[in-house]
Design a protein around this ligand. Structure first.
Ligand code: UDP
Length: 251
């Protein structure tokens, strides 16, 4: 599906609002051909600076949704604003709603033992018609791959959500996309944890202030090392903007 994308620090991000992203997602599922969806946040952009494989996966994805307030701020600062945020957890809920309406089949792969099941229950509570044709925790190690792919193929889902954390989940999908034969496979990070209620999402007002990362750090302090990516991201974005101003002065 053709849509506009922007680049932040050389990493591609789809510039679509929620209704447009859902229309694209529906088209991808209906096409019957395998597609990958990624939800990009600042940590992805920083990881992609050093990980060419990850960067290529984001570029090749059918949709690279902006999941992260920091990206919206950076995009505005760099002069090419993004239309709207599309977080992984919200996208999972929206796709579940679409799937219930259209009869699409979902498979939930990943997260800790029992969490995908809990998440499936919550989604079914919200959308009673929803067809969840499989849940499995497993792990992203290569030794388990053939068995998991066989399990998913047997269930014949239209949509596969994979919660193995970035970038493992996105690399797992890219490696197996063709043989899975699933029209839409999406890396969802901690979305199952939030929907199942084993992790607490920040209240709306904190989300609106763009402070979800602070809330997460408070609840999961072990993330501090990963979050060092944030100040580095700000520094690089400043440099990119300065570079643009210099280019403008030169020409
Ligand atoms: N996870 C997993 N197996 C692994 C690594 C991670 O099932 O080997 C799950 C983990 O339980 C969680 C999700 O993947 O549900 C990753 O969540 P996180 O919030 O860390 O996602 P990220 O911030 O990396 O997108």
């Amino acid at each position: 599906m053709v849509h506009e994308s922007i680049a932040i620090l050389g990493v591609r991000i789809s510039n679509v609002d929620v209704p447009a992203s859902l229309a694209i997602i529906e088209g991808l599922i209906e096409s019957g051909i395998s597609h990958q969806l990624v939800t990009v946040n600042t940590e992805f952009v920083m990881a992609a600076q050093k990980d060419a494989e990850f960067k290529a996966i984001i570029h090749a994805a059918a949709l690279a949704l902006p999941d992260g307030f920091g990206l919206l701020l950076a995009a505005r600062f760099l002069g090419h604003p993004l239309k709207e945020r599309g977080t992984g957890v919200d996208t999972v809920q929206r796709v579940a709603e679409l799937a219930a309406r259209k009869g699409y089949r979902l498979f939930l792969l990943g997260a800790a033992e029992g969490v995908a099941d809990l998440c499936a229950q919550r989604l079914r509570d919200n959308y009673p018609n929803l067809q969840i044709v499989g849940t499995y925790a497993g792990s992203p190690v290569v030794e388990e791959e053939d068995r998991i792919v066989a399990l998913v193929k047997q269930a014949k889902p239209d949509v596969l959500f994979v919660a193995y954390g970035a970038p493992q989940q996105d690399k797992w999908i890219a490696r197996n996309l063709e043989r899975l034969g699933v029209p839409l496979a999406m890396g969802v990070g901690g979305a199952f944890d939030f929907i199942a209620g084993v992790a607490v999402r920040a209240p709306r007002w904190i989300q609106r202030l763009g402070l979800e990362w602070l809330h997460r750090l408070y609840h999961e302090p072990w993330r501090w090392r990963r979050m060092l990516a944030l100040p580095r991201f700000v520094g690089l974005v400043m440099r990119e903007r300065l570079g643009k101003i210099e280019d403008h002065v030169k020409y």
